[in-house]
Design a protein around this ligand. Structure first.
Ligand code: XUL
Ligand code: CO
Length: 436
């Protein structure tokens, strides 16, 4: 039984191919800086947008045609979706997938029923993983959709909600562990606030830290050695999310002694909502040894909300890959397409076009970034720009050999600084264009 009978296995055909159902640049076996593309990207398909997204927006209901889905919350429907998902992911040659507990399995009237549903569907997921070799990049618990989470989960003012969220995470950690998940994500859903008049920020942050330590203790207890990841996001749904950006997350992580426990899952459109570029967020995380994984998508500068579009911009993927290659890849993390097809792209085939385009955009970005790096085109410029710190007074500053008094004597004797050099911004932008 095939759910995509008209779609063949998607293969690499090369840049000259005009086949929309073929890769032009993503070639799983092609080597980039010593790793094949499959291992370099570790592409993941996300369950929520791809298999649960119906295409609704604030102005109207869903538009998606998903002939296999009867729209119900039955176990049968959920199990059938697993078969659809694994056929899709296999045909796409994506090595991994990601889920929230409530994407894959129906919620229950009670927590016990929800756990039971999750177990039933997880058993099918496991079977399919074994059959296809597809791996779970990360699991996560949905601690934001159900109305009980209206005030947040770990930062809710209601202690019972904290307890419910903890139970959900406990279960989801167990299932993720059982499915061999390599990471576990905490996106802070509704962990934030709308108004400080009714909010005890200190208490909420302390609670969030307690929650993370409990999760870590439990992960150790069950032998889950996967990487914990925070996913920064500045706004949506709350006005101010606690995990605003990589810097805010790092401060929280250090403040509460979680630096050996949590890294970051950086998402493109979350970076731009925070007023940063993706490259900024990635580099900020990388230099602190906290870049764990990425959620690949893009926003729309004119719309300005979290549109979760598929990434097709080669400049964007080139910038991302410059940072990822500098780090030597993301393992055990990967590139998860937290992206959805547009509401107007309602046919199943659009799911293939979207993912193929995203994978090709990353492959192309990687090839461009690798050439820039092989030529030392940017690194030579950067090295040269800071050369004054390699010798003389700069070297002494870096080595901690001088203080303000020595620097004053140095400058009193010298009188004026060596002339500044041009930053050559336009020259460098032109140079990058030569590689694109
Ligand atoms: C929300 C978002 C989530 C997380 C997982 O903006 O990105 O889908 O990736 O909870
Ligand atoms: Co995300």
């Amino acid at each position: 039984m095939s759910y995509f009978p008209d779609v063949p296995q998607i293969e690499f055909e090369g840049p000259e191919s005009r086949n929309p159902l073929a890769f032009k640049h993503y070639n799983p076996d092609e080597m980039i800086e010593g790793q094949n593309m499959k291992e370099l990207f570790r592409f993941a398909v996300c369950y929520w947008h791809t298999f649960r997204g119906a295409g609704s927006d604030p102005f109207g209901p869903g538009t998606m045609q998903r002939p296999w889905d009867d729209g119900s919350e039955s176990i049968e429907n959920a199990l059938k979706r697993v078969d659809v998902a694994f056929e899709f992911i296999s045909k796409l040659q994506a090595p991994c997938y990601c889920f929230h507990d409530r994407d894959v399995a129906p919620d229950g009237e009670t927590l016990a029923e929800a756990h039971k549903n999750f177990d039933t569907v997880a058993a099918r997921l496991k079977e399919k993983q074994e059959e296809t070799g597809i791996k779970l990049l990360w699991g996560t618990a949905n601690l934001f959709s159900h109305p009980r989470y209206m005030h947040g989960a770990a930062t809710s003012c209601n202690a019972d909600v904290f307890a419910y969220a903890s139970s959900q995470v406990k279960k989801c950690l167990e299932v993720t562990h059982d499915l061999g998940g390599e990471n576990y994500v905490f996106w802070g859903g509704r962990e934030g606030y709308m108004n400080l008049y009714n909010t005890d920020m200190q208490r909420e942050l302390d609670h969030l830290a307690k929650f993370m330590h409990m999760a870590n203790d439990y992960a150790k207890e069950i032998g889950f050695t996967g990487q914990f990841l925070f996913e920064p996001k500045p706004k949506e749904p709350t006005k101010h999310q606690y995990d605003y950006d990589a810097a805010a997350c790092m401060n929280f992580i250090r403040n509460y002694g979680l630096e050996d426990v949590v890294k970051l899952n950086i998402e493109t459109n979350h970076a731009t909502l925070a007023g940063h570029t993706m490259m900024h967020e990635l580099e900020y995380a990388r230099i602190q040894n906290a870049l764990g994984s990425i959620d690949a998508n893009t926003g729309d500068l004119l719309l300005g909300w979290d549109t979760d579009q598929f990434p097709t911009d080669i400049y964007l993927t080139t910038q991302i890959m410059l940072v990822l290659l500098e780090q030597g890849g993301l393992k055990p993390g990967g590139v998860n397409f937290d992206a959805k097809v547009r509401r107007e792209s309602f046919e199943p085939i659009d799911l293939f076009h979207a993912h193929i385009g995203g994978m090709d955009a990353f492959a192309r970005g990687a090839k461009i970034a690798a050439t820039i790096r092989a030529d030392n085109a940017l690194s030579d410029i950067v090295k040269e720009r800071y050369a004054s710190y390699d010798l003389g007074i700069g070297a002494k500053i870096e080595a901690g050999e001088v203080g303000l008094a020595e620097l004053e004597s140095y400058m009193l004797e010298k009188g004026e600084v060596d002339p500044n050099q041009s930053g050559r911004q336009e020259f460098i932008e032109n140079l990058v264009n030569q590689y694109i």
